[in-house]
Design a protein around this ligand. Sequence first.
Ligand code: FPP
Length: 250
Amino acid sequence: MADNSDYKSQLDLSRLPRHIAIIMDGNGRWAKQRGKPRVFGHHHGVTSVREVTEAAAEIGVKYLTLYAFSTENWNRPSTEVTALMTLLVQTIYSEVETLNKNDIRLQAIGDLDRLPKKTRQALEDGIEKTRNNGRMTLVLALNYSSKWEILHAVGKIAGKIRDGKLKPEQIDEKVFEKELCTNDIPDPELMIRTSGERRLSNFLLWQLAYAEFYFTETFWPDFRKNDFYKAVCDFQHRERRFGKTSEQIQ
Ligand code: FPP
């Protein structure tokens, strides 16, 4: 049944999540339902990326992270991987102007050195051209896997200990977080996953420790501004206790 409520008007703008992370899922199934190849779904997914970026910036969300390509996605058919990389390059180049107009900074997390050269170049170009924008930061998780990120951080910490720059007893959350890709980005307070799947799929395992999860049956290519605002409304109705009791946080 269509949900015609205006969720934007129901939002409390003084209590917005500062950072929202999204697992954009269901492009393939959306395309299959229409008898089209999977790539057709990814192309339509770009419209949702645009909508949601605009929606987040409009209400004042400061960080939006989108899981665009996981390390595990390399296992897909090579035609799909190539098409996704091409789409990413095209989208980054074509959207830079809009990002600048809307004062949005582009950032990326993941094992970026292992991306195809053209993807890396487009990304570096987009990041450079938008680096002074301050309204919102759009973070693309590309060739990202949380286990890779954590192991990479552990390796860097081990190197510092070996070089005498750090003592094991100095390791705390702050020291560890500095070595993650997200070191200058606050943890997401809300994680949205589309398409009915209820998994984390190796996404921001450390950073989502206290996040609220929101799952919707809607496939990513159908996800629109109002769906995004509905998720934020749902978030605002939850009680976040961080290990405390209800009474303690009142
Ligand atoms: C998941 O759907 C989607 C992806 C792995 C790719 C997401 C990429 C885009 C929306 C394109 C461009 C993005 C940016 C940020 C420019 P799926 O293929 O796993 O769908 P399925 O579960 O139905 O098979």
